[in-house]
Design a protein around this ligand. Sequence first.
Ligand SMILES: [Zn+2]
Length: 183
Amino acid sequence: MADRDTAAGVIGLVQAYVNTVDIQDGPEELTDPNALERWLVARGLLGPGQHVSEPDLKNAIALREAIRGVIGSNSGATIYPLDIATLNEAAIASRLRARFGADGKARLEPEAGGVAGAMGRMVAAVFTAMADEDWSRLKLCGSPTCRWAFFDRSRNHSSRWCTMASCGNREKARRFRRQHRQA
Ligand SMILES: [Zn+2]
């Protein structure tokens, strides 16, 4: 995955979450509640030693796919109401509140603890990322079987594939075969 471009900061966090699964080639990183716990603790979204259940895992994956759906709109895809509803539900369940820190900066923080709170921190990350001018560079690969979240560093924001080496070339080959058949 080293050749696939990653973003920094909060956009990078959102991207990393969406890319915990490689839909096309595998693997799925969030295979069980323990794996989810490790992922969330490693990124400071969840305190250590908290219980993560199977329904938590199911919710976390649903939220991840809802975020993927919303990122898709940066690549021109339709936004599905279900994805929006899932994001709103996670925000409500975590009881996100505006907080002003001692540094004078505003942020969204969950009142809920546990995994609901961690999901709230992820929604807050999406919220903050969306306000960043680079958000529109976070896109989904144009290959319907891939849908990897990549950061488009091209000058005119015109990249469509996670990497030309894999999906772009695969798509070109597909187009070539189609044209060849028609000829
Ligand atoms: Zn791809």
